[in-house]
Every structure is written in structure tokens, then in C-alpha cells.
Write a protein that binds this ligand. Sequence first.
Ligand code: B12
Ligand code: SF4
Ligand code: SF4
Length: 353
Amino acid sequence: MAAPPEIASPVAAPDAVAAFTERLRAQALALGFSKVGIARAEPLEAEERRLQDWLARGYHGTMGWMARTAEKRARPAELLSGVKSVVAVALNYDTPPRHTDAPGVAKISRYAWGDDYHAVLTEKLAALLDWVRAERPEAHGYLAVDAQPALDKAWAVRAGLGWLGKHGNVITREFGSWVFLGELFLDIELEPETERVPDHCGVCTACLEACPTEAIVAPYVVDARRCISFATIESKSETPEMDTRGWVFGCDVCQDVCPWSRFRQPTAEPRFAPRAGMVAPTFEELAALTPEDFKRRFAGTPVLRAKHRGLKRNIAAAQGRVASGSAGPPGPDAAAQRPPHGSNAASKPSSEP
Ligand code: B12
Ligand code: SF4
Ligand code: SF4
């Protein structure tokens, strides 16, 4: 007897989904991503509630765009119609140089030492989408790297890349928190991770204790208004709002003290290599930059975001030249939220390998 004709099914067989997911993962790693994981594209309900709480407390400061896009951030279907899967990626950006506290030296956060990560991750994600579309021409995708209204950290956690550290950054076991995050949203079925990485912060509170401005108002919760990173990158204030303790762009203190930073590894991405004059510029040389010098020196790096005007303000803030009465806004309930840091609370993560 002749075999019955095969009926084409719009739903891929589970084995085919698993096999395609494996090939997609391999392709992401071949493109240079350090980690890749898959999450089901569900609404981020618990995360949306926490985001709304964070906004209600005013912790976003003047980042009005966070409030305006809050719902979209937690609802992937608003980014891509028919979305089914989220491919979350992490890219290690650590490099060997370390910051110095030497007098006269300004500190730029290490994430900004090389090429702007938005361009690097977007290029790799676009190449991944091209690969998907060559294999599955019916697929549509949406790329997100920081600037798009997506909760990058929540997707990384759901896709099993790492856990949300008490300092508010996602930590991986392999690279610490020195990873940039991004996502490729797809309207095709993929096999999601079945396991998340457990929280390995344990009883450690090193980041909360080390933050120079007490911006980590509770474990996992950062009040941006108190954060040096916000004050030096996002704030549009004309005048310095707080003493940023030597930092002229971003801040790495809470990550530097994290025990998981011991597992850092030099990045394989050559575009993240520190450019000349990034690791230990002097206040004197930065203050002498004209607007044209500024553009030339920082072209293609995240520092450009501060603009020449912002860098001037940040130099004053980093040297503690803050007008009296503008010592940074204490969150209204920041003191109440801040946990007591018991002197016997060991600064140790829960499961050191
Ligand atoms: C707004 C923003 C900021 C703000 C606010 C910081 C923050 N922690 O959210 C400011 C300007 C301060 C900032 C600073 C920095 N940022 Co930023 N930032 C963002 C942005 C655009 C949105 C983050 C966001 O949604 N925040 C809102 C809050 C509500 O979100 P959340 O922290 O995830 O909140 C969760 C917790 O509060 C949690 N929660 C609350 N209670 C509890 C209790 C428990 C038990 C648990 C488990 C969780 C929990 O639930 C909330 C919702 O999930 C993302 C990019 C993106 N599109 O996602 C980059 C991003 C988070 N930033 C990044 C980086 C690199 C930085 C800096 C390190 C830069 C620097 N060196 O200066 C600093 C780090 C400061 C810090 N300690 O967090 C990276 C982080 C990479 C990583 N490994 O996690 C991101 C992901 C950009 C990227 N695509 O790579 N940033
Ligand atoms: S980035 Fe700096 S100021 Fe912001 S929470 Fe971390 S240590 Fe505090
Ligand atoms: S391990 Fe310690 S320092 Fe690192 S994020 Fe967790 S609590 Fe902070």
C-alpha cells in the first residue's frame, strides 16, 4: 500500500525546534557572543510590578523615558507582533588594566574605554538575525541593546545567562558582571532554557557597603538619583549635583568590589580594547580639551554621550567642586529602605567555586 501523502504542519516538530535552537546557539557563539540563552517571550509580570514600584519611588530621576516606556519594556508583544522567543546574549567586555586612585587622575568606567557597545552588539545581533532569516525565511526579528524599550537584565536572567546581583547588574559565573546584554526577539518557536542560574550573592553585602553614595538603597535596588553613573552619564544638570569621587564618566565601584569579579576574563572582542588615554587620563588634560578635541578624542566611544559640556561638569564633580546645598537628592524613603549592614554580615558570595 502506498504511504499517505504528508500533510505540511505549520508547527515544527519538537525535535526540529530543539535542533534548530542548538544551531542558533552555536551561531551566536560563532559570532563572538560570550553567552547565549533562550526565554519564552511571555509578559514580564513580576518584573513589571517591580519596575512600576521603582518608578513610583522616583528612582529613575530625570530619565522620563523609563516611565514613558515602562509597559512596553515588560511586554515583548508590543515590540514584535506574534513574538514567541527571546534570544538573550551577553558579551564580555573586561580588559586587564585597572583603575588607579592616584591624585590628579580621573576615572572613566571600563565599559566606555573602547568602542561603543551599542554598535558592536547590534552588528552581531543583526548578523544573527540574517542567519535566522536565511534558515527560516518566514521569521521576523527585533533587536534590542540598551536603548530599546526592553528589560535587558530580566531577559538575561530568564534565559539562564546569570543572576541579578544585589548591585543591580547581572552576574555570570564565567565573566562576573562585566558583560553587556542584548536580545533578539523572534516570532518563531525555539526551545527555552529550563533552568535559571540561582542567586549566588548569598549573605554578601560588599557592593552595598562600598557604594560611595549609598545608591544601592536595598539589595537589588539602585536609586539612580544617588548613583554616580547617572550623575555623570544621564543627568542633564548644568552644575555638578554630587561629589563623584574621581569618576568623570560612569562608576565601577560596586562591580569592582564584587567577589564574582575574580572570575573576570579578558574579552576576545578587539573593539573593546582601551583606547589611548582612557584608563588614567589626568584632570588637567581633560580640562584642557576644546569641544573639537573632545569630539576627536572620544569619537565612537560611549563618552561622547556626556558631550563636552557634560565632561566639564563631571570634572568639577569628580574633584568635589559641588555647590553647597546641591549634594545629591536623597531618595525620600532611601533611609527606610536601606538594610542595616550588620558588622558580622560576611562579605562572601553563597557558592564560590
Ligand atoms: C536605566 C539604566 C541605568 C540607570 C539605573 C540602573 C539600574 N540598576 O537599573 C543608571 C543610569 C543608574 C545605570 C547605571 C549603570 N548601568 Co545601566 N542601564 C539602564 C537600562 C537602560 C534600564 C535598566 C532598568 O530597567 N532599570 C529599572 C530597574 C527597575 O530595573 P532593575 O534593576 O532590573 O530592577 C529590578 C530589581 O529592582 C528587581 N528587584 C527589586 N526587588 C527585588 C528583590 C529581589 C529578591 C530580586 C531578585 C529582584 C528585585 O526587580 C526589578 C525589575 O526586574 C539598562 C538597559 C536596558 N534596556 O535594560 C542599562 C543596563 C542595566 N546598564 C548597564 C550598565 C553596564 C550600567 C553601569 C555598570 C555603567 C557604569 N559602569 O557606569 C551602571 C551600573 C549601576 C548599577 N549599580 O546598577 C548594563 C548592565 C549589564 C549587566 N551585566 O547587567 C545594561 C543592561 C545595559 C546593557 N544592555 O548592557 N543604568
Ligand atoms: S555605580 Fe557607583 S554609585 Fe552607582 S550603585 Fe554602583 S557603586 Fe554606587
Ligand atoms: S556577590 Fe556581593 S558584591 Fe557581588 S553583587 Fe552580590 S552582594 Fe553585591
